[in-house]
Design a protein around this ligand. Structure first.
Ligand code: IMP
Length: 191
């Protein structure tokens, strides 16, 4: 059975295909001929994930799912949250985004934060949401050079390494996206 994943991110496509059983064939936006940039205009992760999944379902009539992720920092009242990709401006510049967070967190004692991923699935016209969270803290400076995004300044609880110092398999085991993806897979593998 074919399921559209509303992304063209190769890493995400591989990751989910790896977890789902062979009953499901995951196809990308490109593979269904969707070359539009689906604007993420909602104010919540749930809203953006649903917006993308509904867009594909209404235009292409396909079973599909979409995800959205944000870094939620307690002392910044949940920011950057839904604006994580473009926190320092529209350029999607990870270094500038981290600089902005480090600046805003300077001298802050409460460094608690979490990454949260929401996946919206539309299957046979029904909508479902799956959530994955990893709790941790914001470091005072960058550590490590693996991963992407805010990985160098996020240390998950229970570990002495930042996400950017961990191997990808170890990160996926505990990460927000890994957790949300496994919930989706569990649901689909049972359906
Ligand atoms: P997306 O919804 O997966 O595109 O994620 C939105 C933004 O959240 C990204 O542009 C990154 O800034 C940040 N982000 C998402 N996942 C991660 C991660 O695993 N590590 C670090 N940053 C992440």
């Amino acid at each position: 059975m074919e399921l559209v994943f509303a992304t063209n991110n190769k890493h995400k496509l591989e990751e989910i295909s790896h977890i789902l059983d062979e009953h499901y064939k995951i196809v990308s936006l490109k593979e269904i001929g969707c070359n539009e940039d689906i604007a993420e205009t909602a104010e919540t992760l749930e809203g953006n994930a649903l917006l993308k999944a509904r867009y594909i379902h209404s235009r292409y009539g396909r079973d599909c799912f979409a995800d959205d992720t944000g870094l939620e920092i307690d002392a910044l009242e949940g920011k950057p949250g839904v604006y994580s990709a473009r926190y320092a401006g529209p350029g999607h510049d990870h270094q500038k985004n981290m600089d902005k967070v480090l600046f805003e967190m300077a001298g802050q004692a409460n460094r608690k934060a979490q990454f949260r991923t929401v996946i919206a699935l539309i299957l046979e016209g029904q909508e479902y949401l799956f959530e994955g969270i990893v709790k941790g803290e914001i470091l005072t400076e960058r550590h490590g050079d693996k991963g992407f995004g805010y990985d160098p300044i996020f240390k998950p609880d229970g570990f002495d390494l930042s996400f950017a110092e961990m191997d990808l398999d170890d990160k996926n085991e505990i990460s927000h996206r890994g957790r949300a993806t496994r919930k989706l897979a569990e649901f689909l593998n049972k359906s």
